[in-house]
Design a protein around this ligand. Structure first.
Ligand code: NDP
Ligand code: 2IT
Length: 450
């Protein structure tokens, strides 16, 4: 890659660099394009950033590791999966970001997630670099013993690249407290050290209060700030949520607490529509169904006698839509359906759940649209607070951590407004990308051409 000059910096030149290098990495190309649509015009206007191969360095991970993960299933057969850790950018602190276990995982997906994480972590204001990892392992219908053996084998290799001061993984799709626990146990065994090498740990051994709730709660704190811009609030609104995992569950819980009516949740099998709204009791049922029994959302429809439909929930009439499942789950037609039903606000709990075309539909329709790197940053923010508590060897109360989370989400919103204000409206995509970029870029320049 060559050093770009002011004249040669353009969205196309940057995106083409990525396409030429990694033609098959479509998710990574999509994430770079989305960030650079905001950053390139900003860089052109700010001379400080016309140097040091800054943009070329920003789109290339500092380090990527891929490794074999062999494990024994319950029938005594050997299975082999592929493990990944992409250490994208350490300008602001130790690499930080989750681990995803899902059969769709590949290098493109882990790179897009690590790239997004770099800007998200910058927005939190905490000293966190960006990274992500995972495996194409499918946790679905695996026994507890199989999950444990897989996690141990995964850590047998990963432990060489992580530590509380260099790279601190956490959960993501398919990785929750149980998996973090097995990986933490194995790391401790391999290194004979009890340190905060992972976040999202159980409360008994160094986990932070509110970490479990943080992404979903933070999403609602952010959505509330967005609605405030239109002198509105979440109270009394009808909310459609996709997914039924960690993020979706606590987005649902906080929506209920704030007086909204949540009528859908989903999984890869389909979605439920509960016109009466999910209440606290139904929420407890879902938590048990998903986290302990590892059941399907369809069972909710049978228990509470409501509708279950295949596909995605975006055709359901709502005021607020919270995609909390996976990337590219809202495509152009889905966005059009939401707009047809006069959706007011779309805030992303998942990472990159809206395609570029869907985002354009929302912007053109004047919908409040919050990109994940801002609206779902609450999870990693509380992970950062978990690291601080571990380093100090103390544990803050639920109220203290929750209050800090509220403040962080409000500050991220303010940064989006500062850098995304466009006449009377706010372009949260530009706001989040530019605010996230400035801090990372300043730190990279200060640290020299490394
Ligand atoms: P979970 O594994 O707890 O839940 C994932 C949910 O999404 C499940 O209901 C799952 O359904 C559904 N899902 C996953 N993949 C697909 C797919 N390809 N098609 C349809 N449904 C799918 O993960 P999380 O709740 O932790 O993560 C959800 C999203 O939030 C991800 O995009 C993640 O990157 C993002 N995120 C997570 C954070 C965290 O702290 N955990 C922080 C910030 C963002 P099924 O079980 O049927 O696969
Ligand atoms: O996408 C994300 O921000 C996460 N999966 C959480 C990362 C973390 O380190 O807590």
């Amino acid at each position: 890659m060559s050093d770009l000059t002011l004249e040669s910096i353009s969205l196309d030149t940057i995106v083409n660099l990525v396409k030429e290098r990694d033609p098959d990495q479509t998710e990574f190309q999509q994430a770079v394009q989305e960030v650079m649509e905001s950053v390139v015009p900003f860089v052109k206007e700010n001379e400080k950033y016309h140097r040091s191969g800054l943009l070329e360095r920003l789109i290339e991970p500092e380090r990527m590791v891929m490794f074999r993960v062999p494990w024994e299933d319950d029938d005594g057969k050997y299975q082999v999966n592929r493990g990944y850790r992409v250490q994208f950018n350490s300008a602001l602190g130790p690499y930080k970001g989750g681990l995803r276990f899902h059969p769709s995982v590949n290098l493109s997906i882990i790179k897009f997630l690590a790239f997004e994480q770099t800007f998200k972590n910058s927005l939190t204001g905490l000293p966190l670099g960006g990274g992500k990892g995972g495996s194409d392992f499918n946790p679905w219908e695996k026994s507890d013993g199989e999950i444990m053996r897989f996690c141990q084998s995964f850590m047998n290799e990963l432990f060489r690249y992580v530590s509380s001061d260099t790279d601190v993984p956490a959960g993501d799709i398919g990785v929750g407290e149980r998996e973090v626990g097995y990986m933490f146990g194995q790391y401790k065994r391999l290194t004979a050290e009890f340190t905060g090498v992972l976040t999202g740990k159980g409360l008994a051994y160094g986990g932070s209060k509110v970490r479990m709730q943080a992404t979903g709660y933070g999403l609602l704190y952010f959505a509330e700030e967005m609605l405030k811009q239109k002198n509105d609030s979440i109270e009394g609104k009808t909310v459609v949520i996709s997914g039924s995992g960690n993020v979706a569950q606590f987005a649902c819980k906080k929506s209920i607490e704030l007086g909204a009516k949540v009528i859908t949740l989903s999984d890869s099998g389909g979605y439920i529509v509960d016109d009466e709204g999910i209440d606290e009791e139904k929420f407890e049922y879902i938590k048990k169904l998903k986290n302990e029994k590892r059941g399907r959302i369809k069972e909710y429809a049978e228990k509470y006698d409501c509708e279950f439909r295949e596909g995605k929930p975006w055709g359901v009439d709502c005021d607020v839509a919270l995609p909390c499942a996976t990337q590219n789950e809202i495509e152009r037609e889905d966005a059009q359906s939401l707009c047809k039903n006069d959706v007011l606000c779309v805030a992303e709990g998942a990472n990159m759940p809206c395609t570029d075309e869907a985002v354009k539909v929302f912007h053109d329709a004047g919908v409040l649209y919050g990109p994940g790197k801002a609206s779902n940053a609450g999870g990693v923010a509380v992970s950062g607070l978990e690291m601080t508590q571990n380093a100090k060897r103390l544990s803050w109360s639920f109220e203290d951590v929750d209050e800090k989370l509220v403040e962080i989400m409000k500050t991220i919103h303010e940064k989006c407004v500062e850098h995304g204000k466009n006449g009377n409206s706010i372009n949260y995509v530009d706001g989040a990308n530019i605010a996230g970029f400035i801090k990372v870029a300043d730190a990279m320049i200060a640290q020299g051409h490394v």
